[in-house]
Structures are given as structure tokens and as C-alpha cells.
Write a protein that binds this ligand. Structure first.
Ligand code: HEM
Length: 130
């Protein structure tokens, strides 16, 4: 039955899997020079950013709505307006997320579906030409 399909949240391993995905994303962002153009937009310490992405992804993937409980509607585009995001930043963010999905061993079909969705969101976040 359609309603019995496991959520992406469950397929990723629930709470621990989503936490691992957010952590893997920020580990790559912090350590890989290829992502310096995105890393420079974030605060010096990434602890809060890690929590926010984990909270957001939890709800977005079909799990508990931690982000909304704490911050209300995500308004992601508005919240990203202070950070100059053009195609290069979008592409670096997506490449970083691709590595994170590999790290947590996301099943291929799920990885493809999530990357497709991230592409749409990341493109919508662009607020500068180029
Ligand atoms: C397109 C390239 C992107 C860049 C360069 C970027 C950059 C940033 C930066 C600099 C912050 C502030 C960090 C902080 O407050 O600790 C942020 C916050 C955030 N980003 Fe992104 N981001 C991008 C795409 C995305 C996408 C695609 C998502 C979701 C799938 C996302 C989710 C979030 C969330 C949930 C926050 C926290 C918002 C808040 O409560 O302030 N970002 N992002």
C-alpha cells in the first residue's frame, strides 16, 4: 500500500542516520578546500549550523519536525539572502552533500531522489547572478 512506504527518514536510518548525514556534510565542508567558497559564508564554528541542518533535514525527510518546533517555518530562501549564493556556491553545496550521502551509505535510489530534490532547493536559493 502506498501509505506503508518507508519515509526517506527511515531509509536513512532514522535519527542517527540524519544526524550522521548533517555531520558528514559539515565535515566535508570544513576539511575540503574545494568547498572553501561555501565554507567562508558560514560562522567560524559550525556547531550551530550542524544542528540546524540536522533539525531541518529530519522534518524534510519525513521525521520529527525539530526545526519547525524551534524556529517556525523554515523560510529558507529568505534566511539565505544575507549570503551571496550564485551558481558556483550552489554547485559546491550540492557536491558536498553528494559526498555526505556517499559517506552515510544512502541506497542508490534514495541518493538519486534526494540529490534531485536538493538540486531544486539549492537552485532556488541562488540570490546573485553568475
Ligand atoms: C545553495 C547553496 C547554499 C549555501 C551557500 C548555503 C549557505 C548557508 C549559510 C551560510 C547558512 C548560515 C549558517 C548558520 O546560520 O549557521 C545557511 C543556513 C541554513 N541552510 Fe543553507 N546554504 C545553501 C543551500 C541550502 C540547502 C539546499 C538547504 C536545505 C536543503 C539549506 C539549509 C539550511 C538551513 C536549514 C539553514 C539554517 C537556517 C537558519 O535557521 O538560520 N541550505 N546556509
Amino acid at each position: 500500500m502506498e501509505g506503508d512506504k518507508p519515509t526517506p527518514y527511515a531509509l536513512l536510518g532514522g535519527d542517527a542516520g540524519v544526524r550522521a548525514l548533517a555531520d558528514a556534510f559539515y565535515d566535508h565542508l570544513a576539511l575540503d578546500e574545494a568547498f572553501a567558497i561555501v565554507r567562508r559564508l558560514y560562522p567560524a564554528t559550525l556547531d550551530e549550523s550542524r544542528d540546524k541542518l540536522y533539525w531541518y533535514l529530519s522534518g524534510w525527510l519525513g521525521g520529527p519536525q525539530h526545526y519547525v518546533e524551534r524556529h517556525g517555518h523554515p523560510r529558507l530562501r529568505a534566511r539565505h539572502l544575507p549570503y551571496p549564493i550564485a551558481s558556483a556556491e550552489r554547485d559546491a553545496w550540492l557536491a558536498c552533500m553528494g559526498l555526505a550521502l556517499d559517506d552515510v551509505g544512502a541506497p542508490p535510489e534514495l541518493r538519486e531522489a534526494l540529490m534531485g530534490a536538493f538540486q531544486g532547493t539549492a537552485d532556488w536559493m541562488r540570490n546573485r547572478d553568475g
